[in-house]
Design a protein around this ligand. Sequence first.
Ligand code: XMP
Length: 318
Amino acid sequence: SWTAESFIESTIEEIRDRVGDDRVLCGLSGGVDSTVVATLVHKAIGDQLQCIFVDNGLLRKNEFRDVLDVYEKDLNLPVKGIDASELFLSRLKGIFDPEEKRKIIGNTFIDVFDEAISEDKSFKYLAQGTLYPDVIESISFKGPSATIKSHHNVGGLPEEMNLDLVEPVRELFKDEVRNVGRKLGIPEHFIKRHPFPGPGLGIRVISDITKKKLDMLREADDIFISELRNNDLYHKVWQALVVLLPVQSVGVMGDERTYEYTAALRAVTSVDGMTADWAHLPHPFLAKVSNRIINEVRGINRVAYDISSKPPSTIEWE
Ligand code: XMP
């Protein structure tokens, strides 16, 4: 029967056999999946692994530094942090369509990787944290014309990159990956972090993305997430997020009329993200988060709570 220990043992051996003396590049996203993959590969081949963690300008507040710290100090991974936020944001300027955003973000990641590879031609493999649900969704949600969301970058590697994929967790579900991560010594607070999409806040600023909107969203998100943690609710939901809507509405602040943006809070319960229910968070809690966001985040004067389930809605809004 399947255990995390036996999975780790056999996977490390498989990676060793396959990779031999070659070098592996791994993109870290700050999530559990890629961190587990990097740690497995590191255990298998040591410093033949090189990790890259890219700041795409679409990360949460303080995320780049905090996560880099965990990689370097807690996990001793060979990681290089690359600030590519200006490149990402300039390419996303004026883009409204969610799939277009995903394409641009995905391609820009590839370009940043390409540059890393061209500086060092010895890489033969690319390690990725593809999960089983990613594989399934990318197959079964193909409609007559196109996929519903082109997410998870399954098979998204362009031919010209000339790297072979190493995807050691592609047969696992999220909870299995978490168990593997625990056994690998990844800190518990990191293991139990909510999933976070590759395109990051780029698909949570609805319609066009600006630095100003991203900063508002980062502040609102930070309030929601830290209140969830402080009220022992963070681990009771599967994922929680804030969406910045492009809708402006009228409000009053003191004697002033305001005309500002709306934040939508979303929290869901789920097992694997394939289906989800909206989380019935206590009203006093929602009231507190709403008050804090409206009082503390300049540019937001209205907060809504999303009560849709998946299906037919999705977890993200884009
Ligand atoms: P949806 O919105 O499809 O999300 O119900 C299901 C889960 O997948 C995450 N998600 C993504 N992850 N790239 C990713 O790596 C993406 O483009 C993407 N879109 C959605 C979402 O956060 C949720 O956990």
